[in-house]
Design a protein around this ligand. Structure first.
Ligand SMILES: [Zn+2]
Length: 275
């Protein structure tokens, strides 16, 4: 390589190291984020960070993450107590989104207005899924770029108001639906640990939750087959289940939801983060 190019390359490396070094001691959050977004921030390693009622886990290089719900109006505040220096409170504006209404007809009526004994079963099942999402694992699989678990047409969007057989559902659609045939392999959008795997929940059918660390998890619903068990580690891109139409579904599709603990976030925004 000519000397000039070598010198340029060397200075580029030095400049990048300077950026990293400068970033390492700084507090960096976006000024604004969308409803349904995962928000990433940077703090001095060793800081204490609070967001609402939660104390945020801080990675070795100072990454923190939290989620903004569909109905979060903001602004939200994050308080950082660095190992040295005074506490800092960061304010983040929340960009409102439009939530269209999607009508879904032809849903089995017993899944829209379940009888009391079924309602109790649904509650019990939901409580177990919620418990799986409460883990605060120290792995940082969430910090890498996510990939699509299947490729196909988006047939339902996160947050849209849902009307099942003409009856408005109490909350927005909890994830993204991708229309693909039964049997299509579902690949892990990011690495993680399987924290829930059940073949037959009443509403969601075959259901898997993968924990990506720091409270960030993915859930996959209506699966026809599950090839993993609780405790298994999956790598990004690894096929772990097959698409189906089990539970409350009108046809085969993958429902992919994402959470930060109990806060539902939009997988599409997570996918687009690296674009
Ligand atoms: Zn869905």
């Amino acid at each position: 390589m000519p000397a000039l190019l070598l010198a340029l390359a060397a200075s580029a490396v030095l400049a990048r190291q300077d950026d990293d070094a400068a970033d390492a001691g700084r507090i960096v959050f976006p000024a604004e984020a969308s409803q349904g977004a995962l928000v990433f921030g940077r703090v001095p390693p060793g800081s204490e960070v609070r967001y609402g009622a939660r104390s945020l886990r801080v990675s070795g290089w100072g990454t923190v993450v939290f989620g903004l719900g569909r109905n979060e109006a903001g602004p939200v505040e994050v308080t950082v107590v660095p190992p040295e220096g005074a506490p800092v409170t960061e304010r983040i504006r929340v960009a409102a989104r439009d939530w269209p209404v999607e009508r879904v007809d032809g849903v089995p009526p017993k899944t829209v207005s379940p009888p009391p004994e079924i309602a109790a079963r649904i509650q019990r099942e939901q409580a177990r899924v919620t418990a799986a999402r409460e883990r605060d694992d120290d792995r940082t699989d969430f910090a890498r770029q996510f990939v699509w678990p299947v490729e196909g047409r988006i047939s339902g969007r996160f947050g849209s108001g849902r009307v099942y057989n003409g009856q408005a559902a109490p909350s927005g659609h909890s994830g993204m639906d991708i229309a693909v045939p039964t049997g299509t392999p579902v690949k892990a959008p990011a690495a993680g640990t399987v924290t829930f795997a059940e073949p037959d929940l009443y509403l969601t059918g075959g259901t898997v939750v993968i924990d990506h660390g720091f409270g960030v998890s993915s859930n996959f619903l209506h699966l026809s087959r599950i090839d993993v068990q609780v405790g298994d580690r999956v790598e990004q891109g690894q096929a772990f289940a097959a698409v189906g139409a089990t539970g409350r579904a009108t046809g085969p599709h993958l429902h992919w939801g994402m959470n930060w603990f109990d806060v539902r976030v939009d997988p599409l925004l997570v996918l687009e983060r690296g674009d």
